[in-house]
Design a protein around this ligand. Structure first.
Ligand SMILES: [Zn+2]
Length: 305
């Protein structure tokens, strides 16, 4: 299996490290976070091809990957959780924390493999590596509301944050007051507080994104640890921007559907309204977003299929 190397390491909090790798075929960089607590935790495995680079990152900050206790992918898309099977065989002591809705796709990944082929092509394994199933016994199933103790007085709280997909969870660290939000709060581009929803087929749900934004406001984190991007402190403007853009995209796309326009025409309108704001991050804007919203409105019966 080809390995992506080397990993770029940035310390983003006292004991939290940001590991960055690039995956061919993805416009956004891939990120994992390592929490070097007495109970060490990895957030996001990345694809299988990133697995060894992530383990090397842990070694480079002076820790032994064999001590990793919890591995928490924010959701089961291949760029976040594809490496589960590879890491499960390399790290027999680790427990994998997965949302209830995503577990089946990792223990019996046939459907996940089929949808990954749709998104990235039949040969996705060339760049992402194989999606290998994980045994049920290795999984801690969560649905939001659980807490994992990683140090005296320090918890990781599991927050259910659907919208990007229905199996998205986020992880709130009570010490850094940082929220590992995966793609639930979109894809934030460096130096820019303008963030749009990570809208991709098939289960994107803009209403759920708005509910997730409200939930995160109540939680009031000091930091957002994005999985495509990095740590950000401008929590309030980022959430406002995501809320505004999630609604705006919906209005544009729904108007186009009601006017009988095709996805290309609607995509053009969306691009015009987005103006100069988009550099084209993974899963955000463009044709994927149009299809994701169109599927949502048809599923909801807002526009007949
Ligand atoms: Zn995703």
């Amino acid at each position: 299996m080809p390995t992506i190397a080397p990993v770029k390491i940035t310390q983003v909090y006292d004991d939290i490290y940001h590991f960055e790798t690039t995956v061919k075929r993805m416009l956004a960089i891939h990120v994992s976070y390592f929490i070097d607590a007495p109970t060490p935790v990895l957030i996001e495995t990345g694809p299988a091809t990133a697995g060894d680079a992530v383990l090397e990152g842990i070694r480079r900050v002076g820790r032994d990957p064999a001590k990793l206790k919890y591995i928490i992918p924010t959701h089961i898309h291949v760029d976040h959780a594809g490496g589960i099977g590879h890491l499960a065989s390399t790290l027999p002591q680790a427990t994998f924390v997965l949302h209830r809705e995503g577990v089946r796709h990792m223990t019996e990944p046939e459907r996940l493999i089929a949808s990954t082929k749709q998104a990235f092509g039949d040969d996705f394994e060339t760049d992402f590596g194989p999606i290998v199933p994980i045994a049920k016994e290795r999984v801690m199933v969560v649905e939001g509301g659980e807490s994992i103790s990683i140090d005296k007085g320090r918890q990781l709280q599991i927050i259910y944050t659907p919208g990007h997909a229905h199996h998205c969870l986020s992880v709130f660290d009570t010490r850094s007051r940082g929220l590992f939000c995966g793609e639930a709060l979109g894809v934030a581009q460096a130096g820019n507080t303008d963030v749009g929803p990570a809208a991709i087929p098939p289960s994107f749900d803009p209403e759920a994104v708005l509910e997730t934004v409200a939930k995160v406001r109540t939680l009031n984190p000091d930091l957002l640890f994005f999985s495509h991007g990095g740590p950000r402190r401008e929590v309030k403007p980022l959430l406002e921007s995501l809320e505004r853009n999630t609604k705006l995209y919906g209005e544009i796309i729904l108007a186009g559907m009601k006017a009988g326009e095709n996805p290309q025409q609607i995509g053009k309108r969306l691009a015009e309204r987005q103006g100069a704001r988009r550099g084209g991050a993974s899963g955000e804007g463009g044709g994927g977003a149009v299809m994701a919203y169109m599927m949502y409105y048809r599923r909801k019966g807002v526009v007949p299929s």
